[in-house]
Design a protein around this ligand. Structure first.
Ligand code: IPM
Ligand code: MN
Length: 351
């Protein structure tokens, strides 16, 4: 297969972890007879510095004309404590999601047998956890009207959803549930929010089209609690943008390190694949960041092209590295900590 992949390294540790994913993908491509052409493009603070905006038109052109986007991380501390900043790196990611029509963010959470003791949660609680969040990504409070009134003394962010936006996300949730254990949980706050009531009503109406799927409806505050109490009681969870943002960070601790969890953003022909972690500015340039989440995001990318064997080869190499202790400092715990690029080299050699 010939693949054109837009490569958006972004900020902080983004370029370092992306380099490792590229190494691994190039080996996979050679082994399985694919031809990958990487198309690097600017985004985030790096793009603001270069051209004044976080998702420049040239970058959008490159993404639009690619088969997928592999993304590193976005964000820089110099913007975080400056409420008056007019442009922010994060706006680049939001603009890209919207412009590419990526309304469904797939965020799996799973455990690795060799890491069960690394999780802050007890082994018996997390063993066997294998769940997937489908987070709505282009609506809700992230994209509603926002602003100030009363001379700046009052601020507002509107949360808006249309039935159609809920349906298309829920449809992906039902379909995914059908390929797994046929359990779907709709996470909302329908006891308080009108948008949540629309979510619940819409999903309820869709149940008849998927009679085999057992659907539960739970409030987001209860899910936040049960997620760390009994994560293995969940399978597929669907939720709106902000709830999904918060719950998926929470869920990432189950696996033992945020540096392990990949994600896919889907909705149009061009999928975007990225680690769920941020730009980890303190680690920038130190060769200590864990590249595995990005490498596993590349596995999701292959699988999304229908290339299951390629994805499996990458997953097996990551598992092997974890079993053999070829890990960065977040997972080394007193043992030898490998550098970002050493882990990447090892994975490329073992894929
Ligand atoms: C994420 C991130 C983004 C989000 C930020 C960087 C805009 O936290 O992908 O989860 O809130 O969606
Ligand atoms: Mn987030």
């Amino acid at each position: 297969m010939k693949l054109n992949i837009a490569l958006l390294a972004g900020d902080g540790i983004g370029p370092e972890v992306i380099d490792q994913a590229v190494k691994v993908c190039d080996v996979v491509a050679t082994k399985f007879n694919h031809e990958i052409t990487w198309k690097p493009a600017l985004t985030g603070a790096a793009a603001i510095d270069a051209v004044g905006e976080p998702y420049p038109d040239e970058t959008h052109e490159i993404c639009k004309n690619s088969d997928a986007v592999l993304f590193g991380a976005i964000g820089h501390p110099r913007f975080d404590n400056d409420p008056s900043a007019k442009v922010r790196p994060e706006q680049g990611l939001l603009k890209m999601r919207k412009a590419l029509g990526l309304f469904a963010n797939v965020r799996p959470t799973f455990t690795f047998p060799s890491l069960l003791e690394k999780s802050p949660l007890k082994r018996e609680r997390i063993e066997g956890t294998d769940l997937v969040f489908l987070r709505e990504l282009t609506g809700g409070i992230y994209f509603g009207e926002k602003g100030r009134r009363d001379g700046g003394e009052t601020a507002f962010d509107n949360c808006v959803y249309t039935r159609e936006e809920v349906q298309r996300l829920a449809k992906k949730g039902f379909e995914l549930a059908m390929t797994r254990s046929k359990k779907l949980c709709c996470v909302d706050k329908a006891n308080v929010l009108e948008t949540s009531r629309l979510w619940r009503e819409t999903v309820q109406a869709m149940e008849k089209d998927y009679p085999e799927v057992e659907v539960s409806y739970e409030f987001v505050d209860a899910v936040a609690m049960r997620l760390v109490q009994w994560p293995n009681s969940y399978d597929v969870l669907i939720t709106e943008n902000l709830f999904g943002d918060i719950l998926t960070d929470e869920a990432s601790v189950i696996s033992g390190s945020m540096g392990l969890m990949p994600s896919a953003s889907l909705g149009s022909d061009i999928g975007l694949f990225e680690p769920i972690h941020g730009s980890y500015p303190q680690a920038t340039g130190k060769n200590i960041a864990n590249p595995m989440a990005t490498v596993l995001s590349a596995a999701m990318m292959f699988e999304n092209f229908g290339l299951q064997e390629e994805g499996k080869a990458i997953r097996e190499a990551v598992n092997k590295a974890l079993n053999e202790g070829v890990v960065t400092e977040d997972l080394a715990e007193g043992g030898k900590a490998y550098g970002t690029s050493e882990v990447g080299d090892w994975l490329a050699a073992n894929v």
